[in-house]
Write a protein that binds this ligand. Sequence first.
Ligand SMILES: *[C@@H]1O[C@H](CO)[C@@H](O)[C@H](O)[C@H]1NC(C)=O
Ligand SMILES: *[C@@H]1O[C@H](CO)[C@@H](O)[C@H](O)[C@H]1NC(C)=O
Length: 341
Amino acid sequence: MAFAPVFLVSFFLTKLVVSAQPFPCFFIFGDSLVDSGNNNDLNTSAKVDYPPYGVDFPYGATGRFTNGLTSADFLAQMLGFNDFIPPFAEVQDAVLSNGVNYASGGAGILSETGEHLGSRISLDQQLRNHEIVLSRFAALYGNVSSAKQRLNKCFYYMVVGSNDYINNYYKSKYYTTRRLYTPQQYATFLANKFSRQLKQLYNLGARKIGVAGLGPLGCTPAMVSKGTNGSPCVDSINDAVGLLNTELGVLVKQLSHDLPNSNFIYISAMDLRPTELFGHGIRLLNEACCRVERNTGLCVRGGTPCAIRDISFFYDNFHPTEMVNKVIATASYLDILKLMT
Ligand SMILES: *[C@@H]1O[C@H](CO)[C@@H](O)[C@H](O)[C@H]1NC(C)=O
Ligand SMILES: *[C@@H]1O[C@H](CO)[C@@H](O)[C@H](O)[C@H]1NC(C)=O
């Protein structure tokens, strides 16, 4: 019964979108929250092409950092696509016209972010990959201007920034950012860089862009296990991340104003506190559903996941379960509706 509100909303949304596909294509940029296999062939400890990842996914372990679908997968369904959006690492010309998923575990706004984990596809590189896709679109649609006309109509989902904290700012052993910047300075620095990247995306034909805010990284089991001074989460980390979210909210308004015919929105759904999901039946808030590798916080290879995954917020030490991704996607969809006009 506790799940009823979520399913009710999903039901209405499904009914709503069958009549018309609001966007002809869907592009995904970001990190492990939405990666669907781009890291599988990279030399990195940030890859999960093994069970128990994908235990609830129709095709098993595909490189998704959760037990089932990501929020991008749920959004693809809600937006009326018949298939999941393919990862860039696997795209073929035939399916490319529905969009591409460029996201990469460990990646950030800053190119250096995640370097200590191994290879990853930074947001700058993801944009270069999108340029390659644009040239393939040009071949498909005759020329660059007709390709861009089509790309104008697509939906672009940006889920990035968490690693700039987890795998940069709060990893002082490997990175200098925390010594160089206060949390506010760092948030401004990230927002300025991200602003240039979003303008580049606009120049490649993007007009309808959703920017997801960062989740409460101070509530992840990895951070909580380091001590919270009696709070449920590490408040200083959530405060730092909140500064970037505030900047992102300002940024989307600014870009929508400055760039003709653009519509940038801030998607607040990721910023749910685990306790806010209590009403959806999520009970296990601060512990991983699988046994995790001490160094990486990822599930150990071949481990057995917890039996009732729908009551856990986190699957491993960093990533939410499919159930949480569904709640996030459902709430995000309500924001994304604003881009359809
Ligand atoms: C993968 O990365 C590790 C650590 O950076 C390195 O030692 C190793 O040589 C790399 N392997 C390959 C095949 O490049
Ligand atoms: C691009 O292709 C479209 C449709 O085929 C055509 O109408 C248009 O003139 C072409 N534009 C350029 C710049 O070649």
